[in-house]
Design a protein around this ligand. Structure first.
Ligand SMILES: O=P(O)(O)OC[C@H]1O[C@](O)(CO)[C@@H](O)[C@@H]1O
Length: 448
């Protein structure tokens, strides 16, 4: 079938997403369209491939019965891929997962015009696909607990070991800083390391293993010109003007290198008495390929403790000890983070999560997906300040730390770049540019 025929059939508009509209695969020249048409089917194919490749090992670990379960799951994922590529309506979820009712209520309330892959809001279509895959495993007898992305996450972790080592060595050299100015300087560097850590994402690479290579501290200088919005000073003030008896929350994104950088920043906050507790909010199901689950979090600390180098072993022990002393807390059991809801809906649909975030003095939202949820997956006019774009979402002080991975900020990048006399060098892709914002509940500290 000709692509134009497909477009006609799915009612695709040959243009970019209009300003103030929701992002959607409905617009052919959008990253959402490219994602639904090309990226998501690749991700599904890669799950099938890895299940087929790891079949023997899975059966060895989960028993003979897993062979039938694998066959069913592979068949169901192929069907899902077909549904996606032929723009079928979203189906209600089967199974007994904790969040199933909430998901189905959400799906049932979708207008008929926006409940298929190419017609829905991009956020809804993308989350729905990952949630459907999870349902297929939940329905099996043997593979309910199986994380079909774990192998890739572990490989990416292993590929970043050298960077972990270099980062920890540099951090250890600098740990002894004493003066407020030195502390602020180190905080600024760690925020940048953390920001760039968000580039290591297995969903954007379609599941191909990507790891951090080279010395992350060294790389900071060269990356500086790609920072689009930088409110580090305001984030620092927000933390450093307290007595240190505060909670800082991370709404985590990717496992592997990015989680490692989260842990380094959190370690800094605790070891310099800038915060009394750091909480980590993670995903309860395998999500967007590399997102952190409770199991990934625990595995990371254990793997660091068992590292071949004393530097990483010491770090692993210190971080694990923070869990024991209550300085770190892993928040698990919350399915809101894998719901299709944007954060503005949190207070009404999940008040308990909103109340929990209110306990924190600062919440750091990691990554592109959280950023999209902050902004409601809307293509805002680039001049709209961040504080307006997040609408009524005001649980506490917020910081968004993400590298830009979709297209709708391209215009804004150019806008910002033009006004700041910066440029995107040829060959540099939008994925490597950055938006970095803080919102304070006292004042709008920054925007675009
Ligand atoms: O890990 P992050 O930073 O949330 O980004 C992941 C996601 O970024 C996007 O490419 C664009 O938002 C999603 O399609 C994607 O998979």
């Amino acid at each position: 079938m000709e692509i134009s025929e497909l477009d006609r059939k799915f009612n695709i508009i040959d243009g970019d997403t209009p300003i103030n509209e929701h992002l959607s695969a409905h617009y052919k020249r959008s990253f959402a369209h490219y994602t639904v048409k090309d990226r998501l089917p690749v991700i599904l194919t890669r799950i099938i491939d890895s299940l087929s490749r790891e079949k023997e090992a899975i059966i060895a670990g989960y028993g003979e019965e897993a062979a039938d379960d694998l066959k069913d799951v592979i068949g169901n994922i192929s069907k899902l891929k077909y549904e996606l590529q032929t723009d079928k309506k979203f189906k209600l979820l089967d199974g007994n997962d904790t969040d199933q009712e909430e998901w189905n209520a959400f799906l049932e309330a979708l207008p008929d015009t926006h409940n298929s892959y190419f017609s829905a809001v991009w956020l809804h279509a993308e989350c729905y696909m990952y949630r459907r895959v999870r349902s297929m495993f939940e329905e099996t007898t043997t593979l309910r607990e199986f994380d079909y992305f774990r192998r890739q996450k572990k490989d990416a972790f292993m590929g970043s070991l050298e960077a972990f080592q270099q980062l920890t060595e540099k951090f250890n050299e600098k740990r002894m800083v004493k003066t407020r100015d030195e502390l602020r300087g180190l905080f600024r560097q760690l925020m940048r390391v953390n920001l760039w850590g968000n580039r290591i994402d297995l969903s954007i690479s379609g599941g191909k293993i990507v790891s951090q290579c080279g010395d992350p501290f060294e790389a900071l200088g060269n990356l500086e010109e790609y920072i689009l919005a930088d409110d580090t000073a305001a984030v620092w003030d927000c933390i450093a003007t307290t007595d240190g008896n505060i909670i800082v929350d991370f709404v985590c994104d990717n496992a592997g290198y990015e989680l490692f950088t989260d842990l380094c920043l959190a370690d800094f906050l605790i070891s310099h008495n800038l915060a009394a507790k750091v909480r980590f909010h993670v995903k309860m199901i395998p999500w967007f390929v590399s997102d952190v689950t409770p199991e990934d979090f625990r595995w990371t600390l254990d793997a660091l403790k068992l590292s071949v180098t004393a530097t990483l072993r010491d770090l692993g022990c210190r971080l694990s000890n923070y869990i024991e002393t209550g300085h770190f807390e892993l928040i698990e059991g919350e399915y809101f983070w894998t719901s299709p809801r944007d954060f503005c809906e949190m207070e009404s649909v999940k008040p308990s999560v909103h109340r929990m975030l209110q306990q924190a003095h600062l919440v750091i939202f990691k990554g592109d997906l959280n950023y999209r949820k902050l902004l409601g997956d809307i293509k805002w006019d680039p001049t709209v300040p961040f504080v307006e774009a997040i609408r009524t979402f005001r649980p506490t002080n917020l910081c968004s730390l993400r590298t830009v991975k979709a297209d709708w900020w391209r215009d804004c990048h150019q806008d910002v770049l033009k006004s700041s006399q910066r440029r995107i060098p040829s060959g540099w892709r939008v994925v490597n540019t950055v938006l970095f914002s803080l919102h304070s509940n006292r004042a709008a500290l920054s925007g675009l």
